[in-house]
Design a protein around this ligand. Structure first.
Ligand SMILES: [Zn+2]
Ligand SMILES: [Zn+2]
Length: 219
């Protein structure tokens, strides 16, 4: 267990009110930018004010609101863009017939896989593949914190009715890959849809109907 707490800043940005997170190693100040969704000046301000050294841009999934500033932010800090291989493929295919700016958004430098670990200062950023909202949705597990994208919200879960989504797969991801995490794991979701901005796995197991009502031993 890490004694020093993570540096975490949540920025609520863009028309879809995405949570962009800036997470950094408290010792080296090396950091990651999760889901840059616009309003880049807010990101720059946090990075400058806290002297953060960005190392990776990581998308929890490929939906437009979560990748809006991929090009601007990755270019500004000269850092690689990381996305799960299944969303990289899925969204590159969908963007193939679209405008060049849209295609550039999905120029992914590092294709992530389940159980990949990115080292950022003293931090280990562990990739948990949680398909269902999209084919390549991931949650990022760092110390006792889980950045859950649009897979798990506070007292809710992501939509499974959009292209590439699958409700059964979403429930299975939550059941098999999130519910087993330590109950005190802090959940930082991709949108602030619940009664509080963050939660814990233990609280969600008790209160989230996607877990209490949909997960049975056979899921
Ligand atoms: Zn989404
Ligand atoms: Zn979203």
């Amino acid at each position: 267990m890490q004694s020093n707490p993570l540096f975490i800043q949540r920025l609520n940005v863009g028309p879809y009110e995405v949570n962009t997170y800036i997470v950094a190693c408290p010792e080296t100040l090396e950091g990651i930018i999760i889901d840059p969704g616009g309003e880049d000046e807010k990101v720059h301000r946090v990075i400058e004010d806290h002297h953060i050294h960005p190392r990776y841009l990581i998308n929890t999934h490929g939906h437009r609101d979560h990748v809006q500033s991929n090009v601007a932010i990755s270019t500004h800090y000269d850092i690689p863009v990381c996305m799960h291989v299944d969303d990289k493929t899925f969204f590159q295919d969908r963007a193939a017939s679209q405008a060049p700016e849209t295609r550039k958004t999905y120029d992914i430098d590092i294709a992530l896989h389940h159980d990949d670990v990115l080292t950022v200062g003293t931090l280990k950023v562990k990739v948990i593949h949680t398909p269902g909202h999209t084919p390549g949705s991931v949650c990022l597990h760092i110390n006792n914190c889980l950045f859950s994208g649009d897979t798990l919200f506070v007292e809710s879960a992501g939509r499974a009715d959009l292209p590439g989504g699958n409700f059964h797969t979403l429930i299975r991801s939550i059941h098999q890959r999130l519910v087993p995490l330590p109950p005190d794991t802090i959940v930082y979701p991709g949108h602030d849809y619940g009664p509080t901005p963050v939660s814990t796995i233990g609280r969600e197991i008790k209160e989230n109907i996607y877990i209490t009502d949909f997960i049975s031993p056979s899921t």
